[in-house]
Design a protein around this ligand. Structure first.
Ligand code: 5GP
Ligand code: MG
Length: 464
């Protein structure tokens, strides 16, 4: 099903430097955690665009310096793609490029559209041919069909027809264009490096090239950068912001600013709030590295329980090592984590985890922690139970695959085989999230969907 092609990705763009391709490679390195299935870069040199993309991580796809050297030009966009099993296909790798009547255009997308099925079938009825099932291709079709003479107006035209979550960067031969959906589901920030402009999913991609964070691209904003400088347009009015709160919980890097606020600080606050809501009588607090590290520090600080490193993560485990399938999930967890026996032996342990999706990681980890001699295991989760799928770009697709979609906390505790289990409350999470008055999307925790999803999609929500 096409809505299964998720875009849970990292995007980057820069304008105004002969180092455009090189800086984009660095930016994609910093955004690697947002997707490691495929990546690619398109540059524009004023006359032509050039693209290089492939399956795998940035260090593999851009291993050969001559591939980067061929990406000439003063502007570039880049993409790291995360996809789910089955759609990890080179034809879906981005940037996606199209030849239109007055030149080339490339797009890189983070998010997920919710009205693609309808748009696609109405276009197919009038003869459109699609080569992929990606939202990105659909966006390019819409741009190509717009009667507007100006490219920025054609992009705005296309964006007015799509619904859902999107942070986008486009490259033409001589323009960099960036846009964010009117709800602002996914992040996108703007920076500067000397005279060059930079846009990126997360500010850590600005840091890596020593660019300065200027501000976020606003929900409903379209930015065009070319030889005349930067121009900003509002292509849609913002009724209700819906920043994805899961960016703070799991997805983004702690050293990034997301939605203008610090991820590290937010995760610590989540951990502190978790300690208030679910204290534990224990000797040590450990994190499931790396995504829970900062929340665990917050929990330890607020509870006064000693913070220890009880699990070591192997950073060299490539995805290629692991074939999909339930059968070898245990082996996958063992490849990735090893317990520190000297830390855990004889201890009552609080394990902080940022989230439980299917519950497989923790179930295996808990066994390993007990085998290493832990006397008690108390699991604390720095977000509420994930009860519902995300249709805006995060990889939870059906209620069926979510352990909390069907089970109570007590049932999950039993399934994990732990002495106690506590999740952060929805109210507690919102209370400590930055700028408490700001609107967040909490649909995966609350089933409160900011954008109604189509029939096919809502069937998935109800599917049990
Ligand atoms: P589970 O084993 O419960 O399915 O997954 C939970 C683990 O996956 C946690 O360690 C969490 O940090 C991580 N995680 C949370 N959300 C996602 C996601 O959308 N994709 C991936 N790959 N991992 C996630
Ligand atoms: Mg994790």
């Amino acid at each position: 099903m096409e809505q299964h092609v998720k875009h849970y990705c990292g995007i980057f763009g820069t304008y105004g430097t002969p180092e455009a391709a090189h800086n984009t490679v660095l930016g994609l390195h910093a955004l690697q955690h947002r997707g490691e299935e495929s990546c690619g870069i398109t540059t524009g040199d004023g006359k032509h665009i050039h693209t290089h993309k492939g399956m795998g991580q940035v260090s593999d796809v851009f291993a050969d310096a001559s591939d980067i050297a061929r990406l000439t030009g003063h502007l570039a966009i880049g993409h790291n793609r995360y996809s789910t099993t089955g759609s990890d296909n080179i034809v879906n790798a981005q940037p996606f490029v199209a030849e239109c009547r007055d030149g080339s255009i490339a797009v890189a997308h983070n998010g997920n559209l919710t009205n693609t099925a309808d748009l696609r079938s109405s276009m197919q009825e009038t003869g459109a041919i699609f080569q992929t099932t990606t939202d990105s291709e659909l966006i390019l079709h819409l741009i190509a069909r717009s009667p507007e003479p100006e490219i920025s107006n054609r992009v705005a035209d296309a964006l007015k027809q799509i619904q859902g979550a999107y942070s986008l960067v486009f490259a033409t031969e001589n323009k960099l264009i960036a846009a964010r959906d009117p709800h602002g589901f996914r992040p996108l920030c703007l920076g500067q490096l000397g005279d060059a402009w930079v846009v990126a999913s997360e500010s850590c991609a600005l840091d890596i090239i020593s660019a300065r964070y200027i501000r976020d691209i606003e929900p409903g904003e379209l930015v065009v950068i070319d030889e005349n400088g930067l121009r900003t347009h509002t292509f849609a009015s913002v009724e209700k912001k819906a920043f994805c709160i899961f960016e703070y919980i799991y997805f983004s890097r702690p050293d990034s600013l997301i939605f203008g606020d610090n991820v590290d600080k937010t995760r610590r606050s989540l951990g502190k709030q978790l300690a208030k809501e679910h204290p534990a009588d224990a000797d040590i607090v450990i994190a499931v590295p790396d995504s829970s590290n900062t929340a665990a520090m917050g929990y330890a600080e607020a509870s006064g329980i000693k913070h220890e490193i009880g699990l070591i993560r192997n950073h060299y485990v490539g995805r290629t090592f692991i074939t999909p399938g339930q059968g070898n999930r245990g082996a996958k967890v063992r490849l990735k984590f090893n317990p520190v026996r000297g830390v855990l032996n004889g201890k009552r342990v609080v394990v902080i985890e940022d989230s439980i999706v299917r519950g497989t990681t923790l179930r295996h980890l808990v066994r390993m922690i007990r085998d290493a001699g832990a006397l008690e295991v108390h699991v604390r989760i720095s977000c509420p139970p994930i009860v519902a799928p995300c249709f805006y770009g995060i990889d939870f697709q059906t209620t069926k695959e979510l352990i909390a979609g069907e089970s109570t906390v007590e049932e999950i505790r039993e399934h994990l085989g732990v002495d106690s289990l506590g999740y952060l409350s929805l109210e507690g999470m919102i209370k400590v999230a930055p700028n408490a008055g700001r609107q967040y999307c909490t649909a995966c925790f609350s089933r409160d969907y900011p954008i109604p999803v189509g029939d096919t999609v809502s069937k998935l929500i109800l599917e049990k």
